[in-house]
Ligand binder design. Structure first.
Ligand code: BDR
Ligand code: CA
Length: 303
């Protein structure tokens, strides 16, 4: 099994990624931390708690950063709805929302592990940047960071920038310069890994979990002709079935100002960083295999 920690901003695709992580027996989800992103952090935290409760799981949730390191916060409620996880009734709102202690909880959880752990951010990287800056000793305890975000040469917020990196580019810069191996799961693959209508129909028929996911997916305003992108789910898909992805090692720099603010720039020629690379970049995916894989994951879900 792989021990992971998810740092997340549910968010509809985050919710799907968390659902996979909770229910796949090969993944041991130790902790969920939350960050402001798709919606404000009180909402992303509540949403994470609702999912843990929905699956009767015993996974701690710690609330994190209310805003990016430097840039003013802008949410994506137009894509994910006001609550961030609309369209399904999860019952009573959680009341005992944890305070903003994600960085402390991350630090202590990671240090308490004998083996290095895998960090899986599916929101902006603010909590992780603060963790790495305030507690650099944690780095040896992180095997790798499998991060949704960025792209080589496209954006979904601007012509240059993807949402998670756009939201907190300074945090992304810290992550890519940390020296920890990063797997960049960006738009290059997530815009190809579209759930087709036929997959959605199947998912909806798969019990209570499928019904819940189907209901929130209906509210995802990012539909394309070929289906809806499941950006964050690709982090789990990569961990569980890396053979679905083609990756290339590149050096990635992050733009933190100007019209390309939030762009992840790959040294495609491998010419400018002394032959060094800092990320394994996902560049292609087998979308049919992804659809089939996702259906199998939903079948494993026990709600
Ligand atoms: C990313 O932005 C968010 O809206 C999604 O949850 C995903 O993490 C895609 O650009
Ligand atoms: Ca997300």
């Amino acid at each position: 099994t792989t021990k992971i920690i998810m740092d997340t901003d549910p968010g509809i695709d985050d919710a799907a990624a968390i659902s996979v992580a909770i229910n796949n027996p090969e993944i041991e989800l130790e902790l969920i931390t939350t960050v402001a992103g798709n919606v404000t952090v009180d909402k992303t935290t509540k949403n994470a708690m609702k999912l843990v409760k929905f699956f009767n799981a015993d996974i701690p949730v710690a609330g994190g950063a209310e805003q990016p390191l430097i840039k003013p916060f802008e949410d994506a409620a137009r894509v994910h709805g006001e609550s961030g996880m609309p369209g399904y009734d999860f019952g009573a709102e959680p009341t005992n929302i944890p305070v903003n202690n994600a960085v402390d909880v991350l630090y202590h959880t990671i240090m308490a592990n004998d083996e290095p752990i895998v960090l899986v951010p599916t929101g902006s990287y603010t909590n992780i940047a603060v963790l790495l800056t305030e507690h650099p000793d944690v780095k040896t305890k992180i095997e790798k960071i499998v991060a949704m975000g960025g792209a080589i040469g496209m954006g979904n917020m601007t012509s240059a920038a993807e949402f998670n990196v756009f939201t907190d580019p300074h945090a992304a810069e810290i992550l890519y310069k940390s020296g920890i191996p990063v797997v960049m799961v960006g738009l290059d693959v997530t815009m190809k890994a579209l759930l087709t209508q036929s997959t959605l129909d199947t998912v909806k028929s798969l019990g209570k979990a499928g019904e819940m996911l189907g209901a929130i997916f209906n509210h995802y305003y990012e539909g394309n002709e070929g289906g809806i992108p499941m950006h964050d789910v690709n982090t789990l898909a990569y961990l569980l079935k890396p053979e679905m992805y083609k990756t290339i090692p590149y050096w990635i720099d992050v733009v933190t100002e100007g019209p390309a603010n939030g762009e992840t720039v790959a040294d495609i020629r491998g010419a400018y960083h002394d032959g060094k690379t800092n990320a394994e970049v996902c560049v292609d995916i087998d979308a049919d295999a992804f659809n089939a894989w996702f259906i199998e994951e939903v079948k494993k879900m026990n709600a």
